[in-house]
Design a binder for this molecule. Structure first.
Ligand code: HEM
Length: 674
C-alpha cells in the first residue's frame, strides 16, 4: 500500500487557497455564534447543581464537540467526495489534503472533548495530582462513556494515518469506513430519547450525523476540488447527487431524532430544546431551497468554472456551519422527554427500556411496529434506485423481467417487517419469535434479492464513467470482482459461513451482544443478510459471480446445509438449559410458554421453517439445472446444424477407427504386424 512517501510531507499549504482560508475562518466564527446562541437559549453550559467542574469545562465541552463534529464532517464528506466524484490525481490530492487537515482537527478535538467529558462527569476541574490520573485511567478503561470516547478517538487517529499514507481508492475507502464507524459511539453517547426509544434514537442520529458530514464535508471538498482544473460541471453534478441524498436523509432522521426527544408539539414550541430544533428546521429548509435552485436553475446552465456559483457554495457552507453550531448546543440542552425511566422499574424495563408487550398473537404480529430507520431508508432509497434503473432500461427499449422487480419489492417489504415489525418487537422477549426473524433475514429476504438481480441492473442501467473516477457502476464492479468477494463468495466458503453462523452466533457471546446492544443488533441483521445472500447467490445467482459451481456440487452443499440446520434445530429442541438466561429467562413475561419451552419451539422453527426455503432452493437449483441443460442442448443442436453435425461425424469416425483397430488385432494373441 505504501508505494509513495507519506503524503503528509507532500501536502502543499498553497493547496489551501487564501479564499478557502477566509471561508474556513468565517465558518469557525459562524459556528461559534450558532453555538453561543444555542447555549444561551438551551442552557447547555449552565452551572451544575452538584459537583460543578467549572466554566472552562462547561464551555470547553461544547466548543470541543463543535470542532469534533466539524472535523469529522470535513473528513467523512471529503473522503466520500474523493471516492465518488474524482479520479486519482490532482483533484483527489487536493481533497485528501482537506481530509488530512480535518482528521487532525478531529483527533485533537476528540482528545480535548474526552478530557472535558471526564472532568464534567467527575465534576473535577483540571488537576495534575495523582487522583486525577487514576480517575482518568479508570474512566477510559472501565466506564462505558470512557470506552466510547476512547474508541472514537482511536478511529479518528486511524483515519488520520490512512489519509496521510494512501491515495488509492482502496486505502481511501478504508479511511472512509473507519470514519463512519467512529460516528456510532457518538450516536450512542448522545441524548437517548428515553430508554424506550434508545434504538430508534441511535439509528436516527447515526444516519443524521453521517449524512450531515457527507453533505457539509462534500460541499467543502467541491470548493477545494474545483481549483484543480477538473471539469466544473461534472464535479458539481456528482456532488449534487450526494447532496440530494443527504438532504433527504438528514431531514427524515432529524425529524425522527426530534420526535423521540421532544415528544409533543407543545414541547416543540414551548421548550428551549424544541425552539432550537425549530431554528435548525428553518436553516435546513433554507439549505433545501438553495439545493433546489442549484438542481433546477443553476447546474443545467453551467458551461465552465463559475466563480459566482463557488461563492454561493461558500454562503451555503456558512449556513451549514451555523446549523452545526446550533446543533452542538442542542446536544447539550436538556430534552423534554426524560433520558431515563424513573421510579420502580420492571425486569423488562431494565433490560429493554420498555415493559413486556401484550401476549404474542397473530394480530400483534401484524399490528406491533417499531421501525428501524436505517432499514426503512435503505429499503425506500434502494427501491427508488431500482425503479429508476428499470425505467432507464425500458425507456431505451431494453427489457427487464417484471418478476425481478417484484422480487426486489417483496425483499424490501420483508426486510422492513423483519427489522421493525411484530417479529422485531417480540423477538426481544421470545426466542422463538427471534428465530422467525432470523429465518426471514437469512433466507427469505436474500432469496428475493438474488432473484431481483440488482448487480446486473446496475451494470446495465448505470452509465460508465470515462475519467477514471468511480460511480455506482464502477464500485459495484470493483466489489463483485474483488479478492474478498471471490473468497467469501466461493460456494464452499459461503456454505460454511452460512451453516457455521448458526452455531457460532447462538453458542458464543454474539447472541448476548446482539440482544443487549444496538450495535450488536444491527451487526446481526447485516451478518444474517450478507451470509444468506452469499450462500443463495452461489446456488441460484443470476448476477455475475467469480465462481460457477457444477449443479451436483450445489446439491451437495444444499443437502449439507439442510442436515446442519436439522442438527442445530434438534440440539435446541432437546436442550435443557437456556442460551441466554439473563435475557430471555429474566424478562418477567407472564404469558406464553416458559423461556425454555419457548427456546425449544425456536429450535423447531430453525429446523422446520429453515428447511422450507432450503427445499424451495433445491427446487430452484433443479430447475436452473434443467434449464441450463436445455440451453446447452440447444447450443449443441445449433452448432450441429451450423457445422452439419461435425462433432457427431468426428465421433462416429473415431468409433469406426476404434472398431477397425479391434477388428484388425488377431484373436490368438500374436501381434497383428508379425
Ligand atoms: C429537519 C432538520 C433537522 C432536524 C429536525 C434536526 C434535529 C436534530 C436533533 C433532534 C439532534 C439530536 C441532538 C441531541 O443529541 O439531542 C440533531 C443532532 C445534530 N444535528 Fe440536526 N437536525 C436537522 C438538520 C440538521 C442540519 C441541516 C445540520 C447541519 C448542517 C444538522 C446538524 C446536526 C449535528 C451536527 C448534530 C449532532 C449534535 C451533537 O450531538 O453535538 N442537523 N439534529
Amino acid at each position: 500500500m505504501l508505494r509513495h512517501p507519506p503524503y503528509f510531507f507532500a501536502f502543499r499549504l498553497e493547496d489551501v487557497a487564501v479564499k478557502q482560508g477566509v471561508l474556513g475562518a468565517a465558518s469557525v466564527v459562524v459556528l461559534a455564534v450558532g453555538l453561543a446562541s444555542a447555549l444561551a437559549i438551551g442552557g447547555g453550559a449552565a452551572e451544575f447543581a452538584l459537583a460543578d467542574p467549572g466554566e472552562i469545562v462547561r464551555y470547553g465541552l461544547p466548543v470541543a464537540k463543535a470542532f469534533v463534529s466539524a472535523g469529522a464532517a470535513l473528513a467523512i464528506g471529503g473522503l466520500l467526495f474523493r471516492l465518488w466524484a474524482v479520479p486519482t490525481g490532482p483533484a483527489a490530492n487536493r481533497v485528501m489534503g482537506q481530509v488530512q487537515i480535518a482528521s487532525l482537527i478531529w483527533t485533537l478535538a476528540m482528545i480535548a472533548y474526552s478530557l472535558f467529558a471526564f472532568m464534567s462527569v467527575y465534576g473535577l476541574p483540571f488537576g495534575a495530582d495523582a487522583e486525577f490520573g487514576t480517575n482518568l485511567q479508570y474512566f477510559f478503561a472501565d466506564t462505558e462513556l470512557g470506552q466510547l470516547l476512547a474508541t472514537t478517538t482511536g478511529l479518528a487517529v486511524v483515519v488520520s494515518i490512512l489519509s496521510a499514507l494512501t491515495r488509492s481508492f482502496l486505502g481511501n475507502a478504508a479511511a472512509f469506513l473507519a470514519a463512519v464507524a467512529a460516528m456510532w459511539p457518538f450516536a450512542e453517547m448522545a441524548h437517548s430519547g428515553g430508554t424506550a426509544n434508545h434504538a430508534v434514537a441511535v439509528s436516527a442520529l447515526i444516519l443524521h450525523i453521517v449524512f450531515i458530514s457527507v453533505w457539509v464535508g462534500g460541499l467543502v471538498a467541491l470548493v477545494v476540488a474545483v481549483r484543480s482544473g477538473s471539469d466544473f460541471r461534472t464535479l458539481v453534478e456528482r456532488y449534487s447527487t450526494l447532496a440530494l441524498l443527504s438532504f433527504c436523509i438528514v431531514t427524515v432522521s432529524g425529524a425522527v431524532s426530534a420526535g423521540v426527544r421532544v415528544g409533543s408539539f407543545d414541547n416543540l414550541v414551548a421548550s428551549p430544546y424544541g425552539q432550537l430544533v425549530i431554528a435548525k428546521i428553518a436553516f435546513s429548509m433554507a439549505l433545501g431551497v438553495l439545493g433546489a435552485v442549484y438542481r433546477t436553475r443553476l447546474i443545467p446552465r453551467i458551461t465552465g468554472a463559475n466563480r459566482g456559483l463557488v461563492r454561493l457554495f461558500g454562503v451555503e457552507v456558512l449556513i451549514m456551519a451555523a446549523t452545526m453550531g446550533i446543533a452542538t448546543g442542542l446536544g447539550r440542552t436538556a430534552t423534554p422527554v426524560e433520558d431515563s425511566l424513573g421510579g420502580e422499574l420492571s425486569a423488562s424495563e431494565i433490560l429493554t427500556g420498555r415493559s413486556v408487550p401484550e401476549p404474542w398473537t397473530f394480530t400483534q404480529a401484524i399490528t406491533e411496529w417499531r421501525l428501524d430507520l436505517i432499514w426503512v431508508l435503505f429499503a425506500v432509497i434502494t427501491t427508488f434506485w431500482y425503479f429508476a434503473g428499470v425505467r432507464r432500461l425500458v425507456r431505451r427499449g431494453d427489457s427487464w423481467p417484471v418478476s425481478r422487480t417484484i422480487n426486489w419489492v417483496f425483499a424490501m417489504i420483508v426486510l422492513v417487517y423483519a427489522t421493525g415489525g411484530g417479529v422485531a418487537v417480540y423477538g426481544e422477549y421470545l426466542f422463538s419469535v427471534h428465530m422467525i426473524g432470523h429465518m426471514l433475514l437469512t433466507m427469505m429476504v436474500p432469496i428475493s434479492i438474488v432473484l431481483a438481480a440488482p448487480v446486473t441492473l446496475v451494470m446495465r442501467a448505470v452509465h460508465p464513467r470515462h475519467d477514471g473516477s468511480r460511480g455506482a457502476r464502477e464500485w459495484v464492479h470493483a466489489i463483485v470482482h474483488s479478492r474478498w468477494v471471490s473468497i467469501v463468495g466461493h460456494p464452499l466458503v459461503a456454505t460454511v459461513i452460512f451453516a457455521l453462523s448458526l452455531i457460532v452466533f447462538y453458542y458464543s457471546g454474539l447472541l448476548k451482544w446482539s440482544m443487549t446492544t444496538h450495535l450488536g443488533h444491527e451487526w446481526m441483521v447485516v451478518h444474517f443478510l450478507v451470509g444468506g445472500y452469499l450462500f443463495i447467490q452461489a446456488l441460484i445467482g443470476i448476477d455475475p459471480t467469480p465462481h460457477r459451481t457444477a449443479y451436483p456440487v450445489r446439491f451437495i452443499l444444499l443437502m449439507g446445509t439442510m442436515v446442519f440446520h436439522a442438527f442445530f434445530g434438534l440440539s435446541l429442541m432437546m436442550g435443557e438449559s437456556l442460551l441466554l438466561p439473563e435475557w430471555f429467562g429474566a424478562m418477567g413475561r407472564t404469558w406464553g410458554d416458559d423461556p425454555l419451552k419457548d427456546q425449544q419451539v425456536g429450535g423447531g422453527i430453525a429446523w422446520g421453517v429453515g428447511e422450507v426455503p432450503t427445499l424451495v432452493l433445491s427446487a430452484m437449483v433443479a430447475l436452473s439445472w434443467v434449464r441450463s441443460d436445455g440451453r446447452e442442448q440447444k447450443r449443441l443442436d445449433r452448432k450441429a446444424t451450423l457445422n452439419h453435425d461435425q462433432d457427431l461425424n468426428d465421433y462416429n469416425a473415431m468409433l469406426e477407427k476404434l472398431a477397425a483397430r479391434t477388428d484388425r488385432s488377431p484373436r490368438d494373441g500374436s501381434s497383428a504386424d508379425s
